[in-house]
Design a protein around this ligand. Structure first.
Ligand code: HAX
Length: 423
């Protein structure tokens, strides 16, 4: 048994007892009331289910298992996955064990590349990535075990096995899609001597002479790992997994949601916006020029990508971590300078416009400018990177939900007539 599975087996028996006790003692206590405005407003703020991997505070942002994000930005993605799923940081031995599991499962099956190479040239990299995951669905252990009739107490174990198998392959799948879609030449083999993020950089073939791009990707994959349970992608994955669809189906479902411009695709939109500014002014503009540019965009009925959030009411700590990284490593880059200037300009503009409840930047406002600086310039690939990372949170949540036997998701909708008669 792997060390991660052993640790989870211990934890899960405690979590099951805790959940059973809570339902027994407080099962009829209310945790939310729902207004008509919330019913028409994307259920914003409705507390309706449990997610322990992380929580998002409006005032401070992402907290992973009790650690505010900015205190743990040094963690490797492998460490953060262990933390998300177990609630504990891994020991050196546990980390080595997880890395070796990833390493032994990392090679993407060749039939995936057959499909990727046949996809139309104008397929979006997110469509390729999600298709790649779906093509691998035939590997699902969960599906085979379910079909063989294993007891439901065991579901989490097979969900975990699928989850690790899938996570192990995502850097290779992403890097391969990068090379195929952008005509970068032959695929590059996985290197067992490198870790998860290092392998991603290696397999893209992007030149990284001083190792800074690798450092950025470690941070990138760490920062995007999870954002509690109710965001579009996490909730979509949660809902699909609750039907006992296997992790391949469920992660792909979540990532299809991440591909929306109001969610994870905002990172591509944001860099497009910043490059549009640079192109328009042929240089880094003054703050007054930036302000006018933002107003023109708003007045044309479009959102400012990378700003606003459904839950946060502060600058996103993931944005702060990226800007801190850029300030330390990037000197005098026009694109990064525009991103920094936008931070001073956009919030007052959105406040003056008076619509957005949160005028501050979210995770997507800065990440693209750093990727661009290090040579990953193809911005319609950026959401794939978000996906590689966010799959960690989805899988951690899914394993825990199967362990707790959380039933199929099925909230109640009401009709407009029902509302008129009952409110
Ligand atoms: N620019 C312009 N208008 C904005 C805005 C922005 N950045 N953010 C919010 N608004 C507008 C909304 O469109 C809405 O307008 P209407 O009343 O005309 O419909 C109004 O302000 C109220 O919205 P809100 O309650 O503040 O925000 P929501 O919870 O409805 O939406 C969004 C949250 C993130 C979708 C929104 O802020 C947005 O569209 N931002 C730009 C896109 C973006 O950056 N998305 C990434 C978010 C982080 C993420 O999930 N990453 O994956």
């Amino acid at each position: 048994m792997t060390l991660l599975k052993r640790k989870l087996a211990d934890k899960i028996s405690q979590w099951r007892d805790e959940a059973r006790d809570l339902v027994k003692k407080t099962g009829d206590k209310k945790i939310s009331d729902v207004t008509v405005a919330q019913a028409y407003g994307g259920m914003r703020g409705v507390r309706g289910f449990v997610c322990d991997t992380s929580s998002v505070s409006a005032e401070t942002g992402l907290i992973i298992r009790g650690y505010p994000l900015l205190e743990i930005t040094h963690l490797l993605p492998e460490e953060v996955f262990f933390l998300l799923i177990t609630g504990d940081l891994p020991t050196a031995e546990e980390l080595a064990d997880l890395k070796s599991q990833y390493s032994s499962q990392a090679v993407v099956p060749s039939y995936v590349w057959d499909v990727m190479k046949k996809m139309p040239e104008d397929s979006h990299p997110m469509a390729m990535f999600n298709t790649g995951i779906m093509v691998m669905q035939r590997e699902s252990v969960f599906r085979r075990k379910y079909d063989a009739g294993v007891p439901r107490e065991e579901y989490w174990e097979h969900c975990l096995e699928d989850g690790i198998n899938l996570l192990a392959k995502l850097p290779g799948l992403a890097a391969g899609i990068y090379r195929i879609h952008f005509n970068k030449g032959d695929l590059i083999d996985y290197d067992p001597g490198l870790d998860w993020s290092e392998n991603f950089v290696h397999m893209t073939g992007i030149n990284d002479p001083n190792g800074q791009f690798k450092k950025l990707m470690q941070l990138y994959f760490m920062l995007h790992c999870d954002h509690e349970g109710g965001n579009v992608s996490a909730f979509a994955a949660h809902t699909v997994a609750s039907a006992l669809s296997d992790p391949y189906y469920s992660v792909a479902a979540g990532l299809n949601g991440l591909a929306g411009p109001l969610h994870g695709l905002a990172n591509q939109e944001c860099l497009k916006f910043v490059l549009g500014i640079y192109d328009h002014f042929k240089a880094a503009p003054s703050k007054d020029e930036l302000k006018q540019f933002c107003w023109d965009r708003l007045n044309s009925g479009r959102v400012i990508p990378g700003y606003g959030h459904a839950v946060l009411r502060c600058p996103d700590p993931r944005f702060v971590a990226f800007v801190d990284y850029g300030r330390e490593h990037i000197k005098d880059d026009d694109i990064f300078n525009i991103v920094k200037d936008l931070f001073d300009v956009v919030a007052p503009v959105l406040q003056e416009q008076g619509k957005a409840k949160n005028p501050w930047p979210n995770v997507d406002a800065a990440s693209g400018s750093l990727l661009y600086y290090y040579g990953l310039k193809e911005f319609n690939f950026y959401t794939v990177l978000f996906s590689v990372s966010r799959a960690m949170g989805m899988i951690a949540q899914m394993v825990i939900n199967r362990a707790l036997n959380i039933p199929i998701t099925r909230p109640k909708s009401v009709t407009t007539d029902w509302l008129k008669e009952n409110t």
